[in-house]
Design a protein around this ligand. Structure first.
Ligand SMILES: NC(=O)c1ccc[n+]([C@@H]2O[C@H](COP(=O)([O-])OP(=O)(O)OC[C@H]3O[C@@H](n4cnc5c(N)ncnc54)[C@H](O)[C@@H]3O)[C@@H](O)[C@H]2O)c1
Length: 323
């Protein structure tokens, strides 16, 4: 089993790589080669099988063709210019999220045997402009360039699968919280910062009202679901290859209550509030209430408890004091 993670140096890609290395198998076969590709070659990771790291710009068609010259049984496409950056820089978003995705699909079209392609779409392909809750078959009506680029990728993935060029699975990720490290250019980044920074002893600004809802999932459950999604029998997917991953709906206040319950009053005191109209507008356009019938029928996992998500972050990802 040969697995390629494009975007393998990112938050989700790195965690997925660690999980695949821990499992050692995918789709019932031993993994023999795991390749991580990203705009800069990701850090090497130790494993019992070959793990290679590659610098790859997916907007460069020749470079994509070159890496896909090799046979990959499963390709995860997780590379993206994320939401706020794609909104600020239209060309950068189109270049990676649209042309990059197209390049990957086109390179896969030339491959025999047909690879399984798992594509990370986003809840941002939906909007609050249609009746809620969002169902798997609700029309995608994105209100950002990022969401539009993701939704176009979904349509292409479906058609490339229908034609037998790939065995595609497009999953709309909820906002994944708590992201470790530094804030990123996603408009949703603060959902992680308001938990991560105070627990690490740093002040943080919350840019939206505390009654703002979000549809989120933990890194642990997201990665577990990405593994399961690659393992689904294509016959169980039928003609609709895109669906939403399970998440939980919670308000910012609910998140802060969990922060206080786990970290205490002093930690909560590090959170200050000032509305950022740009972030608020983007986030208000995202649906926070989804029904995930397809994922539920396929047996995918769901977080139930935000306090557990906070505790998981403290155990696995929190920066040690003074670091
Ligand atoms: N994390 C979330 O909350 C979330 C929510 C919904 C959807 N998603 C999607 O899931 C995927 C993974 O998200 P993440 O949080 O790990 O993001 P991330 O930003 O941490 O990782 C994405 C990676 O893509 C790489 N990349 C960007 N442009 C590239 C290019 N032209 N060529 C090659 N690599 C390029 C970046 O260097 C980065 O390492 C993304 O597609 C994202 O849109 C994430």
């Amino acid at each position: 089993m040969r697995v390629l993670i494009i975007g393998g140096g990112g938050f989700v890609g790195h965690k997925l790589a660690l999980r695949l290395i821990e499992r050692g198998t995918l789709r019932g076969e031993d993994i023999t080669h795991l390749a991580l590709a990203d705009i800069g070659a990701p850090k090497a990771i130790e494993a019992d099988f070959a793990v290679t790291a590659h610098a790859l710009d997916i907007a460069d068609r020749e470079a994509v063709d070159a890496i896909l010259e090799e046979d990959w049984d499963v390709i995860y496409h997780l590379a993206a210019v994320v939401s706020a950056q794609a909104e600020e820089d239209f060309v950068a978003g189109m270049r990676t999220n649209f042309f990059g995705t197209f390049n990957i699909l086109e390179a896969c079209r030339m491959r025999v045997p047909t690879p399984v392609v798992v594509y990370a779409s986003s809840v941002a392909s939906f909007s609050t402009d249609v009746p809620q809750p969002i169902l798997d078959w609700t029309a995608t009506t994105p209100q950002t360039s990022y969401g539009t680029q993701k939704a176009v990728g979904e349509l292409l993935l479906n058609d490339y699968s229908r034609r037998g060029f790939i065995d595609g699975r497009g999953v709309r990720l909820p906002t994944v919280v708590v992201r470790p490290g530094k804030p990123n250019a996603a408009a949703s980044s603060f959902f992680s910062s308001i938990i991560r920074e105070p627990l690490q002893g740093e002040p943080v600004m919350c840019p939206v009202a505390t009654d703002q809802e979000v549809w989120l999932a933990s890194p642990r459950v997201t990665v577990e679901n990405l593994v399961k999604v690659a393992e689904i029998d294509s016959a169980d997917l039928g003609g609709i290859r895109n669906f939403s991953l399970p998440g939980m709906t919670i308000t910012v206040q609910g998140m802060l209550d969990a922060l206080k319950a786990v970290g205490g009053e002093n930690v909560l005191g590090l959170v200050d509030h000032e509305i950022d109209p740009t972030i608020e507008k983007i986030v208000q356009g995202w649906s926070s209430r989804l029904e995930t019938d397809v994922a539920d029928k396929l047996g995918l996992d769901r977080d139930e408890d935000f306090e557990r998500i906070v505790r998981d972050f403290m155990e696995t990802d929190m920066r040690p004091a003074g670091a």
